[in-house]
Design a protein around this ligand. Structure first.
Ligand code: NCC
Length: 334
C-alpha cells in the first residue's frame, strides 16, 4: 500500500478549498434551480461534470507521467486490460451518480440552509460505513463526538430562511427524501472508494479515471431515462447559462479535491476538518465583515471544538484497523 507523505499545510489547503467549493457549489446550484426561467436538465449537468472530472484527471495523470506514451500505456493497462477493476469502480460511480442527482432534486425543493443542515447526517452515516466496511473501531467517546460534531455544524450553519424569490413550485417532502438518499449514498460511496484506493498502489488519478469512465456511462443513462425525449426535442445544453457552467466547474473541482482529501486523510477526518473549516470561515466573516455573532453560532462552535478534542483524545485506539491491532498483538507475542 502506498503511503505518500505530504505536508500538513497541503492537507489543510485541500480541506479548505474542498469546503469553500462545497459551500459555493450548494448556493450556486440552488440559485440555478430556483431563479433561472429556462430550466436546464439536471441530469445533463451531472453527466457533463463526470466528463470534466475525467479530462482534469487525465491532465493530472499526464503531469505525473510526463509523457503521452506513458499516459496511453497506463490507460490501456488500467482500463481495457483491467475489466475487473473497472467493474469494482463502477459501484461507487453508480452510487455517486444517484447522490449527485439527488442533490439537484433536494436543492430544487428545499432552501440551501435547510439542505446543508440536514445533510450533516452524513457524518454519523460515514462513521457507520467506516466501521462496517473498513473494519475499523471507534471508541464510545469517538461515537459521542461524531454526533456532537453533527449537532455543532447544524447549529453553526443554522440561518433564517432565504429571501431570494423562488420562481418554481417546491415539494419539501421530496426534498427531504432526496437528502436521505444522498446521505446514505455519500457515506457508502465515500468509504467504498477509500477502501479500493488504499488497498493497492494504483494511483489516485487512475482510480478516478476508472470511476469517471463508468460515471459518464451511468449518468448518460440517467439523461436518457429521465429526460431523453425532452433532451432530443430541446437539446442537451438547453438552458445552460454561465451560472450552470459555474455549477459544473465547482462540482468538478469539489469532486477532485474530495478525492485528494480522502487519499491523504479519511472520510471521517473529511467530516471533522470540513466542520472546523466552516467554523473558522464563519468566525473570519464575523471579524472581517462584521457579520453578527449569533447564539447558535457560539453554541455550535463550542460543540464542534469539544467534539474535535474528544475525537482525538484516545490516541492509541483512534481508528486502528482490527487487522493492524491483531498483527500488533502477534508482534508482542513473538
Ligand atoms: O457529499 P460528499 O462530499 O461526500 O460527496 C462527494 C462528491 O465528490 C465526488 N467525488 C468523490 C470521490 C472521487 N474520487 N471523485 C469525486 O468526484 C462525488 O461525485 C460527489 O459529488 C461533503 O463532504 O460535504 C462533500 O459534499 C459535496 C457536495 O457539497 C454535496 O455532495 C452536495 O450535495 C462536495 N462537492 C462539491 O462541492 C462539488 C464535496 O467536495 C464535499
Amino acid at each position: 500500500m502506498a503511503t505518500e507523505n505530504v505536508s500538513l499545510m497541503f492537507k489543510l489547503y485541500c480541506l479548505t478549498v474542498m469546503t469553500v467549493v462545497a459551500a459555493t457549489y450548494i448556493i450556486a446550484l440552488r440559485y440555478t434551480r430556483t431563479v433561472l426561467t429556462e430550466m436546464y436538465f439536471a441530469t445533463t449537468a451531472v453527466c457533463i461534470t463526470e466528463v470534466l472530472k475525467l479530462i482534469l484527471s487525465l491532465g493530472m495523470l499526464a503531469r505525473d507521467m510526463g509523457s503521452l506514451s506513458g499516459v496511453l500505456a497506463a490507460l490501456r493497462d488500467h482500463t481495457v486490460r483491467s475489466p475487473k477493476e473497472m467493474l469494482k469502480l463502477s459501484v461507487p460511480s453508480l452510487v455517486y451518480a444517484v447522490q449527485n442527482n439527488m442533490a439537484f432534486v433536494a436543492l430544487s425543493n428545499l432552501d440551501a440552509a435547510v439542505y446543508q443542515v440536514t445533510y450533516q447526517l452524513k457524518i454519523p452515516c460515514t462513521a457507520l460505513c467506516t466501521v462496517f466496511m473498513l473494519n475499523r473501531s471507534l471508541s464510545k467517546l469517538q461515537w459521542v463526538s461524531v454526533f456532537m460534531l453533527c449537532a455543532g455544524v447544524t447549529l453553526v450553519q443554522w440561518k433564517p430562511m432565504e429571501t431570494t424569490k423562488v420562481q418554481v413550485v417546491q415539494n419539501p417532502v421530496l426534498g427531504f427524501v432526496a437528502i436521505a438518499v444522498a446521505v446514505l449514498c455519500s457515506g457508502f460511496a465515500g468509504v467504498y472508494f477509500e477502501k479500493v484506493l488504499k488497498a493497492s498502489d494504483t494511483s489516485l488519478w487512475i482510480r478516478n479515471i476508472q470511476m469517471y469512465i463508468s460515471g459518464i456511462v451511468v449518468t448518460a443513462c440517467g439523461v436518457y431515462l429521465n429526460d431523453g425525449a425532452q433532451v432530443l426535442e430541446k437539446g442537451f445544453f438547453f438552458g445552460y447559462t454561465h451560472w450552470v457552467w459555474i455549477v459544473i466547474l465547482l462540482a468538478s473541482l469539489g469532486g477532485l479535491y474530495t478525492s485528494v482529501v480522502v487519499k491523504y486523510t479519511d472520510n471521517i477526518m473529511k467530516g471533522f476538518s470540513a466542520a472546523a473549516a466552516i467554523v473558522i470561515s464563519t468566525a473570519a466573516s464575523v471579524l472581517l465583515f462584521g457579520l453578527q455573532l449569533t447564539l447558535n453560532f457560539i453554541a455550535g462552535t463550542i460543540l464542534v471544538c469539544i467534539s474535535i478534542y474528544y475525537y482525538g483524545l484516545p490516541k492509541q485506539d483512534t481508528l486502528v484497523p482490527v487487522e493492524a491491532e491483531k498483527s500488533k498483538q502477534q508482534l508482542i507475542n513473538v
